[in-house]
Design a protein around this ligand. Structure first.
Ligand code: SAH
Length: 261
């Protein structure tokens, strides 16, 4: 990726209060803020990280958004999994290039994007067409049309079963974010290769216990459940302390491996 910003790039403008605005650079278009206008033509060709001024002299820094920054601002249908959980899911499910992943539900595509960036092929099961379309559009916007070749979203109910992958290669990973993941466990045990990893995100601990019972009953082992806490710190001169507020809860992560049975 070039240092210079080009037409078609996604960019974010950050003002001196840390407020962020995102958009796609298109020749002839303008960003309109309360604090003035910036023409996209002024940004095209600038190095990322440049400081620009609006027509009313407000100062902005222009940068391409990172994946987490994009996820926090992108259009959503369903609630997304937040970056603090997405990073750990990539490790716990050991997501890597060339792996075949069954993901359900697809929702807004935040988890899909994090996994696609690691080079996997995803078959996604989603029951809502509007969410499937939203997720596909988000993936294309951030990762480009090339990523869609590795992203096959189907309108299907994952509780009813998982079809074997087209080329008869079983799934290496099953990664879930839906209300009753235990209903998918028997199907996952059929559709995955032995040694494969199952990982699910669930907001409630009652879901975790039900899921763990199903994993135990269907040949999974080495199961673990955990939550990730992320406490920011305030660092300013001698005032160095944890932030007063934090997001205390998002969801639990449960992962397990399939035995050879
Ligand atoms: N992980 C996603 C958010 C998923 S929200 C993200 O990061 O963006 C949960 C999704 O599961 C919703 O889109 C919902 O429509 C879908 N869903 C619920 N039950 C389902 C089922 N039985 N089969 C497939 N998708 C389902």
């Amino acid at each position: 990726m070039n240092q210079e910003l080009a037409e078609g790039d996604l960019v974010q403008l950050i003002d001196n209060k840390g407020r962020r605005y995102q958009g796609e650079l298109t020749a002839g278009k303008e960003f309109h803020f309360h604090s003035g206008i910036i023409g996209h033509d002024e940004l095209i060709g600038l190095p990322e990280g440049s400081v620009v001024r609006s027509s009313r002299s407000q100062v902005f820094t222009v940068l391409r958004p990172s994946l987490s920054e994009f996820i926090l601002k992108m259009p959503r249908g369903a609630q997304v999994i937040y970056p603090k959980d997405l990073g750990p899911i990539l490790m716990l499910a050991d997501i890597g290039p060339g792996m075949r992943v069954l993901e359900s539900g697809v929702g807004s595509g935040a988890l899909s994007m994090a996994m696609l960036r690691c080079g996997v092929e995803i078959t996604g099961y989603e029951i809502r067409e509007d969410f499937a379309n939203r997720a596909t559009a988000n993936v294309e916007r951030f990762l480009g049309a090339e990523a869609l070749a590795r992203y096959d979203v189907q309108l299907r109910d994952c509780y009813e079963g998982i079809d074997p992958a087209d080329d008869a290669r079983p799934f290496d990973r099953v990664v879930l974010d839906l209300p009753e993941p235990w209903r998918v466990v028997p199907h996952a045990a059929e559709a995955m290769r032995s040694g494969g990893i199952f990982c699910a995100y669930t907001p409630s601990i009652v879901q975790v216990t039900q899921l763990r019972d199903a994993l135990d009953a269907h040949g999974f082992f080495a199961s673990e459940s955990l939550e990730v806490m992320n406490r920011g710190w305030h660092i300013e001169g001698k005032a160095v302390r944890p932030d007063h507020r934090m997001v205390a809860h998002t969801g639990f992560l449960t992962h397990a491996r399939l035995g050879a049975g």
